[in-house]
Design a protein around this ligand. Structure first.
Ligand code: 4H7
Length: 267
């Protein structure tokens, strides 16, 4: 997947995504990360990218021209490969599947369903705002959609863009080995993850007694699968009941959640 990021801090973007799973995906060429700096599109001597807000008030606003030019340059780079359709490369048509997304507190709240949608696209263009935000005329003319991480304020969109890149990259074919497939991840089936344990079997000096649940040591893979699913459902019911509301649980899930409640001395 090709991902273009429009940012005043391209180095920070590369640093954030150059580690771990995303770093590997970029090195292996499964993700092509390209940054565009609006400052490189500013035409005045001081390479100005911001200006004072009309109507007054504190802070600065990102100017239309440099940011708009950077967005359009990135969009132009997203062309369909016409050779695959039997045409010459020079007729490369704009890829309408690739949209320009602004990271913003006004956006659609990001969740795993949104990430799945984004991961299904051929490319992403992520625009990072700074200062007090971007000129609204740019939102109207060059932004296709807005995404928000949640109801809080960040100093810039870069961290939000890095979050999207991380969550999307994990879903791309070949990025996670069979060993740690994304299918097993929390939220892939819309509920929270089960607890995890590793050696030692007895961790001294811990308030809980420091033992590992017996079943995980039993080697009984079916019992382990059921226990994990029960914990996942139980924790979701305890901590995020909203995730279960309006969801039809299958028979096994019903039974497991019932067991979980009973073990807690509920009904
Ligand atoms: C677009 C418009 C995303 C981007 C305004 C981005 C939170 C989120 C930004 C702003 C973001 C999120 C600029 C408004 C800085 C606030 C102090 C970048 N903040 N900002 N101002 N929730 N900030 O996803």
């Amino acid at each position: 997947m090709r991902i273009d990021v429009i940012t005043l801090f391209p180095e920070a973007m590369v640093d954030l995504t150059g580690l771990g799973v995303t770093g590997r995906a970029i090195k292996d060429g499964r993700v092509e990360l390209i940054t565009w700096n609006p400052r490189d599109f500013a035409e005045d001597r001081h390479r100005t990218v911001d200006d004072r807000p009309y109507g007054g008030g504190p802070g600065m606003v990102m100017k239309v021209e440099p940011l708009g030019s950077a967005i359009r340059a990135a969009r132009k780079a997203h062309v369909l490969n016409m050779q695959e359709h039997g045409h010459g490369q020079e007729h490369g048509r704009r890829d309408e599947n690739t949209r320009v997304s602004l990271m913003s507190p006004q956006g659609r709240r990001l969740d795993q369903a949104g990430i799945n949608e984004l991961a299904g696209r051929r490319g992403l263009i992520l625009v990072c705002g700074r200062y007090e935000g971007i000129d609204e005329r740019l939102v109207a003319s060059d932004i296709d959609e807005e995404w928000s991480l949640g109801d809080y304020v960040l100093s810039g969109g870069e961290l939000a863009a890095a979050v999207i890149i991380d969550a999307v990259t994990r879903l791309l074919p070949g990025v996670l080995g069979d060993e740690q497939s994304a299918v097993e991840d929390s939220f892939m089936d819309g509920i929270l993850d089960h607890p995890h344990y590793t050696r030692p079997e007895m961790a001294g000096d811990m308030p809980t007694g420091g033992t590992v649940p017996e079943v995980l040591l039993s080697g009984d893979h079916e019992a382990i699968r059921r226990w994990r699913r029960k914990q996942a459902l139980g924790r979701t019911w305890q901590r995020r009941p909203d995730l279960l509301e309006g969801r039809q649980l299958d028979k096994e899930a019903e039974v497991l959640l019932q067991e979980f409640r009973r073990e807690l001395d509920f009904d």
